[in-house]
Design a protein around this ligand. Structure first.
Ligand code: LMR
Length: 428
């Protein structure tokens, strides 16, 4: 900003009296931004001409031929939209809070079909630009109404979580989550960090299928976490980007949230249909915040809308229509549930295949964690240098933290992938 004003003040008048252009100098100080650790991998993959290349970077589901998938339930919803002229009027602006129908159906997935919180109208909820947009709206809301608070984020977490709360000017702290030796949960340290955080702290929790580790607390552990949150008066904000991808059943994957609700927590929740409906580019999701009563929920919702208005005015309509049609039609909803399970099962099958291939190759390392971890990702334990070798020597693209998107593994590439992993890890 200072630079901008300097350039403005130093502008001289030319002979004709017009101010000399400052525009040539205006952006001279702008350096190229670093590549995004996840989406940058896709860019590098696309630029590689090798016929052997494999992309296990971004968390985006592929079928067994490595092709992106449009779910049958989505195709049917889109046929209905295309065939129904009345829906044309629905191309008008949505309200700032988005599609009421979509939000209503989405809340049932997180809070339960018969939730009293929904009946009592105690949840402030708005449509959001997928999970990222929901997290960002919440982070801005947190900054505005709890300006001195911080956010505790698990170590490690999805790289964009750091960016989101940073850009909302909420200071970040991390809490222990992953144990590199066991490649599992570091439950003792996690509990300690919860206990040691100041009372009333904000925590970001992954509701299921933790990204990037694929490591979730057990039901019993969730109960202990919830209890300790109660003792400390902490606030839990759940990011639920993978509902259905952990167990194949969205209802089961909401267990962590339900445990917190049973204990009477007023949680916040970000939901996304990118993965579980394959609506990645439609940017459709939901932000919800549980309130004390209906009056408070109305106030909170109005504030969330006010934050959204200058950012993007109102959310896009098409994805919300698709979701509403699917979830409000019992046949389409059961087709969706079947398709979610199909995607989760294919990934589970690929975990087994990857581990078996590595073991058959005589790898001296244990690959048990490949099948123990759940959801879309395997946190392989490979170092950034080993990942660099995979990319340079084998044209395999993944994030440098060693995360493998199991959704990109197929029966066609699992042997090639296992062989390459074996080559770069065998002398470790
Ligand atoms: C991922 O973690 O790969 C996905 O959530 C995609 C993204 O936006 O980073």
């Amino acid at each position: 900003m200072a630079h901008l004003f300097r350039a403005g003040y130093s502008g001289h008048l030319s002979k004709s009296g017009a101010a000399r252009s400052i525009s040539t100098a205006l952006w001279r100080h702008v350096e190229p931004a670093p590549k995004d650790p996840i989406l940058g991998v896709t860019e590098a993959f696309l630029a590689d001409p090798s016929p052997h290349k494999v992309n296990v970077g971004v968390g985006a589901y592929r079928d067994d031929n490595g092709k992106p998938v449009v779910l049958e339930c989505v195709r049917e919803a889109e046929r209905r939209i295309a065939g129904n002229l009345n829906i044309v009027t629905k191309r008008e602006y949505l309200p700032m809070g988005g599609s009421v129908k979509m939000v209503e159906e989405t809340l049932k997935l997180a809070y339960g079909e018969n939730s009293d919180l929904i009946k009592d109208k105690r949840i402030a909820a708005v449509q959001a630009l997928s999970g990222t947009g929901a997290c960002r709206l919440f982070a801005d809301f947190q900054k505005r109404f709890s300006p001195d608070s911080q956010i505790y984020i698990p170590a490690p977490t999805w790289s964009n979580h750091h960016n989101i709360w940073r850009d909302a000017h909420v200071p970040e702290k991390t809490f222990s989550y992953y144990h590199p030796e066991t490649r599992g949960l570091d439950f003792a340290s996690l509990m300690n960090d919860i206990k040691n955080a100041p009372n009333g702290s904000f925590f970001l929790l992954h509701a299921c299928a933790h990204n990037p580790t694929g490591v979730d607390p057990t039901e019993e552990q969730w109960k202990e976490i919830s209890h300790q949150f109660k003792v400390k008066g902490h606030f839990a904000f759940f990011d639920m980007a993978y509902q259905g991808f952990a167990s194949g059943d969205p209802e089961r994957d909401a267990k962590s949230i339900r445990i917190f609700l049973e204990d009477g927590h007023q949680i916040g929740c970000a939901q996304s249909y990118a993965k579980n409906m394959g609506l990645y580019g439609q940017r459709v999701g939901c932000l919800s915040v549980v309130c004390e009563d209906e009056k408070q929920a109305v106030a909170v919702k109005s504030q969330l809308q006010q934050i959204a208005r200058p950012m993007y005015s109102n959310p896009p309509v098409h994805g919300a229509l698709v979701v509403s049609i699917i979830l409000s039609d019992p046949d389409l909803k059961s087709l969706w549930l079947k398709e979610v399970k199909g995607m989760a099962d294919r990934i589970i099958g690929m975990r087994t295949a990857l581990r078996e291939n590595l073991e058959k190759l005589g790898s001296p390392l244990s690959w048990e964690h490949v099948t123990k971890q759940i959801g879309m990702f395997c946190y392989s334990g490979m170092t950034p240098e080993q990942v660099d070798r995979l990319t340079k020597e084998f044209h395999i693209y993944m994030t440098r933290n060693g995360r493998i998107s199991m959704a990109g593994v197929t029966t066609g590439n699992v042997g090639y992938l296992a062989n390459a992993i074996h080559e770069v890890t065998k002398s470790a």
